[in-house]
Design a protein around this ligand. Structure first.
Ligand code: DGL
Length: 242
């Protein structure tokens, strides 16, 4: 069983990608909605909340995908030290953005925690040191997506600081759920990219290496959360490809 973890429904884009790449795997999706949003919490707080949930998932799952940039950048190595099962994280696709940009200008949209994390800084220095990378914190955007309250006007305001960038990196899994809407607003000359498929392929590789790929013809998909269940399930229906 694959465990997928996020603060809420943001990881459903990764759920959809994993379901496509690994159609025989059962999946337990866990949204830690009681603590949502992570993006405005302290690093210590997020570390504690995340490791507690991962340990719980590790009792049932042979691998956990941390489908949350905010939790992953802060910090994956620590979580890996704490559990014996493999963990796959999601971080902004800065390397791909650096390879794709034509004008050398990249916009990274993410939570406040992700835009200010040392990990993100290192990613940029390592892979996009010769590019202009605007780190754009979008407080409130993940919440508006989680609660389905986002207006086009509000989204336009979040996207305004992108300026002349020709690549937009979605560095928060929630934003990937409205990728189409973002792409329409920024126009065809700007490429909007995310990590969902790369994470699914990495999950496949890890399972292959561990020799634990399943051949189950009737995999199960289970959704759990730590907060209000009815609202969570409504969003699952909206975003999960079941
Ligand atoms: N989905 C999470 C991410 O990828 C963040 C949402 C939140 O702030 O809880 O960063």
């Amino acid at each position: 069983m694959i465990g997928i973890y996020d603060s809420g429904v943001g990881g459903l884009g990764i759920f959809n990608a994993i379901k496509q790449v690994l159609p025989n795997e059962s999946i337990l999706y866990y949204g830690d909605t009681k603590y949502f949003p992570f993006g405005e919490r302290t690093g210590d707080d997020i570390r504690h909340i995340t490791i507690t949930a991962i340990k719980k998932l590790a009792q049932e799952c042979s691998i956990v995908v941390i489908a949350c940039n905010t939790a992953s950048v802060n910090d994956l190595d620590y979580y890996r030290e704490q559990v014996s099962i493999p963990l796959v994280g999601v971080v902004p696709v800065v390397k791909t953005a650096a390879a794709l940009t034509k004008n050398g200008q990249i916009a990274l949209l993410a939570t406040t925690i992700t835009t200010t994390a040392d990990y993100t800084e290192k990613l940029i220095a390592t892979y996009a040191g010769d590019k202009i990378v605007a780190k754009i914190a979008c407080p409130g955007l993940a919440s508006a997506i989680e609660h389905h309250t986002l207006t086009t006007e509000a989204l336009k305001n979040y996207l305004q600081p992108i300026g002349a960038a020709d690549i937009v990196v979605l560095g928060c899994t929630h934003y990937t759920l409205i990728k189409g809407q973002i792409q329409r607003l920024v126009g065809p000359d700007v490429k909007v990219i995310d990590s969902n498929e790369a994470v699914a392929r990495q999950t496949l590789r890890v399972l292959q290496q561990a020799g634990t790929l399943s051949s189950n013809l009737q995999p199960t998909y289970t959704f759990e959360c730590s907060g209000d269940r009815s609202q969570f399930l409504e969003q699952i229906k909206r975003y999960a490809h079941l």
